[in-house]
Design a protein around this ligand. Structure first.
Ligand code: SF4
Length: 387
């Protein structure tokens, strides 16, 4: 980027920040902007907030007026500042601004595509795989993704506050010695106060057979200001792995890079999950740029998800064939670390199923005909006497 372009981009970014502060009748102040609590208090969460900032289409306006009853709408000023106010096809905007297409229900759409409710063993604890559990810590997020798998739960206010549920959760974990891995998700656990998170993680860590503690979070992308030294100290103390969520390379801002640096410098392992979204990131060049950017930030791209068939999200989903085609254009064409595993979370609760372009062409006894990334075929022969 030339100096001239860089300074034009900076001016545009400050312009958008002022435009966002105008929504609330305030002057842009860099210190307030850098404060995560200010960011949360100034989220765009009502139709009029979006109307003051964006040039809305009638579909977006309908979505905003009627959609929030189905699933909350919200965007932090940080994330909103990445949106193009004049382009409804902007990939950042489409992730969080609803349209009236959310009211279309397609065959196969489901409220709970991953079958989590059925596998709920205690309020807010899902035990789906033998040695792993999912702990739903809270039901709110910094911003709301229109394709959220848990939109039936997130922002709905039906989940009891954690203090009322935590003893039953801990009792289940203590009793089930086969559980060695706990994933905290929600909602977004990194919105909890440091004290509350510290106490929850400490109570789980005190259970001998729990080996792995993971947190799934979109906070570093939606609200990088939340990654403070105090929060990082809590995560470090309890040896947490973080599974982050990014959809598009434009999300990898300098603030996000600084947040990832703090986490990585503290030794917290960072992986990322990306949902394949039609018209947002279903393009090998876009995904390659995202995955390379994540690696530069020391975040390992881990899963690329086929979007779950959540009610009202068909307009954001693409086909499995497209996903496999994209994977074929990534694997072998860039560093292996930059290539996540493409999975579909089997509707009905079947768990994750990896998908990849066909590489085994044929087999004749111990001789395997294999296809490489460039489409060329090779033969591998198993050693004699090995089944
Ligand atoms: S951050 Fe995660 S839980 Fe929250 S709305 Fe987005 S997908 Fe759903």
């Amino acid at each position: 980027m030339s100096l001239r372009t860089a300074s034009a981009a900076t001016v545009a970014a400050v312009d958008r920040r002022q435009r966002l502060c105008d929504v609330f009748g305030e002057e842009y102040d860099p210190d307030s902007w850098a404060d995560w609590r200010w960011q949360l208090r100034h989220r765009l969460s009502r139709p009029e907030h979006f109307e003051r900032y964006l040039e809305l289409t009638s579909s977006e306006l309908n979505g905003l007026r009627m959609g929030m009853e189905r699933f909350a709408v919200s965007a932090t000023p940080h994330f909103a500042s990445l949106m193009d106010p004049f382009d409804p096809s902007c990939p950042i905007r489409r992730q969080v601004v609803p349209t009236d297409q959310e009211f279309l229900v397609q065959p196969g759409d489901m409220e709970d595509p991953c079958g989590e409710d059925e596998k709920s063993v205690v309020d807010g604890l899902v035990h789906r795989y033998p040695d792993r559990v999912l702990l739903l810590a809270l039901d709110s997020c910094a911003s709301y993704c229109r394709y959220c798998t848990r939109s039936r739960l997130v922002s709905q206010g039906d989940l009891e506050p954690l203090p009322r549920r935590v003893q039953a959760i801990l009792a289940y974990l203590r009793e089930h010695t086969e559980v060695r891995d706990v994933l905290l998700s929600g909602g977004d656990p990194l919105l909890m106060s440091e004290d509350r998170l510290d106490s929850l993680l400490g109570a789980i860590r005190a259970i001998d057979h729990i080996e792995l503690l993971r947190i799934g979070s979109r906070v570093p992308g939606f609200l990088p200001q939340r990654i403070t030294p105090e929060l990082v100290a809590v995560l470090r103390r309890h040896r947490v792995w973080l599974s982050l969520h990014f959809s598009h390379p434009a999300e990898l801002t300098p603030e996000v890079a600084a947040a990832c640096d703090m986490l990585a410098d503290a030794g917290i392992p960072l992986g990322s999950q990306t949902v394949l979204l039609r018209g947002i990131n279903d393009d090998p060049a876009v995904l390659k740029q995202l995955f390379h950017g994540l690696l530069k930030n020391r975040v390992r791209p881990y899963y690329l998800y086929q979007a779950d068939p959540v009610v009202g999200t068909a307009h954001l989903r693409t086909s499995i064939a497209k996903g496999i085609e994209i994977m074929g254009q990534l694997r072998g064409h860039t560093s292996g670390y930059a290539v996540p595993t493409y999975v579909v979370d089997a509707p009905g609760g079947g768990g994750k199923i990896p998908l990849q372009p066909e590489t085994v062409v044929s087999r004749n006894g111990s001789s395997w005909r294999l296809r490489n990334w460039a489409g060329r075929e090779y033969t591998y022969v198993d050693p004699p006497g090995v089944e």
